[in-house]
Design a protein around this ligand. Structure first.
Ligand SMILES: NC(=O)c1ccc[n+]([C@@H]2O[C@H](COP(=O)([O-])OP(=O)(O)OC[C@H]3O[C@@H](n4cnc5c(N)ncnc54)[C@H](O)[C@@H]3O)[C@@H](O)[C@H]2O)c1
Ligand SMILES: [Zn+2]
Length: 351
């Protein structure tokens, strides 16, 4: 199954067993013959050989670069070290980068592709559900700094994305489930039909589902690639509170998707007050999040006060400067400038 990624348009292949043909697929589209495959210490032992073999049999020369798994490795220093290894391996302006991994690898390998020789081509082979339906689409790449996440980066779209659903079989269950937080978010903001279909999803119908999520995100990104018109902000549904919960939990209490799940519930609570979201629709959303074992209540001992400290915008909220994404009904969302800090406090208190 092939779908189009965001502007500028590029193919995203979705299906089973695609890694075996990765070399062939890349060869159809890219003329360069040398590449770096960037991966992490968890994924490399599982997939590196297969990817490398497929590339070699299609005539590619590849250099494998592995970095320690985890968000902590998504740094400027690590990006620099990868560039140094690419230079040492003799890669040049004609080479390209393959990111083989989850969102961390997608972000850092994309950033390396954006800066190496002022920009070379990037191929993504996402290995987490979250990376397939979210981070590999839209062209945002980057690294974290001590001051915060994703503060340094570039918009650099991949030339090809290969979503081989077989790789998800080794993904830990919690990581798999967190991908559904973003899928449910997409359904709430853009597709009521997909929302209903999520009630009985399994591996067999995962391909059309991933395909549809790529379409939803791409369509929004194409309208507002650089976050200027507010359209792309719709993708932040559930994320204002979600990010604050992630920070309040020091980034280890909840995975991103789990924090977003709580953020979605908070955004629904706000939406009931400010956008007329019916109570029963809010409950259907909570049920669906729970179906994927995503949290919808904060644990009793969670430092709730820290959530408010982690919302960096309280002044702006008071003056109505920060806009919050609300949903009036499943399948649609819009920016609201009526939401106050008090609304958010109430919504979080209900978690
Ligand atoms: N660029 C964007 O638009 C965008 C959007 C959303 C998130 N992100 C970024 O994505 C990152 C999160 O991505 P993630 O959730 O994929 O995390 P991740 O890349 O850290 O992967 C999660 C864990 O699963 C392991 N793993 C990955 N694939 C595996 C597989 N197939 N089998 C076994 N283990 C596997 C990884 O080694 C890691 O330990 C964050 O850095 C976030 O900022 C970027
Ligand atoms: Zn997210």
């Amino acid at each position: 199954m092939e779908t189009r990624g965001a502007a500028p348009s590029y193919p995203a292949l979705v299906g089973f067993g695609l890694i075996a043909n990765a070399g062939e697929e890349v060869a159809k589209r890219l003329r360069c013959r040398r590449c770096a495959i960037i991966s992490d210490t968890n994924i490399a032992p599982l997939l590196a050989e297969r990817v490398k073999q497929s590339l070699t049999s299609s005539g590619f020369q590849s250099t494998f670069i592995t970095m320690p798994a985890g968000e902590k490795s998504k740094t400027l220093e690590q990006a620099g070290a990868i560039c140094d290894q690419m230079i040492a391996a003799g890669l040049d302006r004609q080479s390209f980068v393959i990111g083989l991994g989850g969102g961390v690898i997608g972000d850092i390998s994309g950033f390396v592709a954006a800066i190496f020789h002022r920009g070379i081509l990037h191929v993504q082979i996402p290995t987490t559900l979250l990376a397939m339906v979210d981070s590999s689409i839209g062209g945002k790449t980057g690294v974290n700094t001590g001051a915060g996440k994703n503060l340094i980066g570039a918009v650099h779209h991949p030339s090809l994305v290969i979503d081989d659903l077989d790789v998800l079989k080794t993904l830990p269950q919690r990581e798999f489930n967190q991908g559904f937080a973003e899928i449910i978010k997409h359904a709430i903001i853009a597709d009521a039909e997909m929302f209903d279909a999520l009630k009985d999803v399994d591996l067999k119908n995962l391909a059309p589902l991933v395909h549809r999520n790529i379409e939803i995100k791409s369509k929004i990104v194409m309208k507002d690639e650089r976050d200027r018109t507010g359209e792309r902000a719709l993708l932040n549904f559930g994320h204002t509170v979600g990010h604050a919960i992630e920070r309040a939990g020091d980034y280890h209490k909840f995975l991103h998707g789990e924090a977003v799940s709580l953020g979605i519930v908070a955004a629904c609570n706000v939406s009931m007050k400010r956008a007329g979201l019916p109570w029963d629709q809010r409950n259907v959303i909570v049920d669906l999040l729970q179906k994927f074992r995503l949290p919808t209540r904060l644990p009793p001992n969670f430092p709730r006060e820290k959530i408010f400290e982690a919302l960096p915008f309280d002044k702006k909220f008071e003056s109505g400067e920060v806009r919050f994404i609300v949903t009036p009904r499943i399948g649609s969302a819009h920016l609201s400038s009526d939401v106050t800090m008090e609304d958010i406090r109430e919504a979080v208190d209900q978690l």
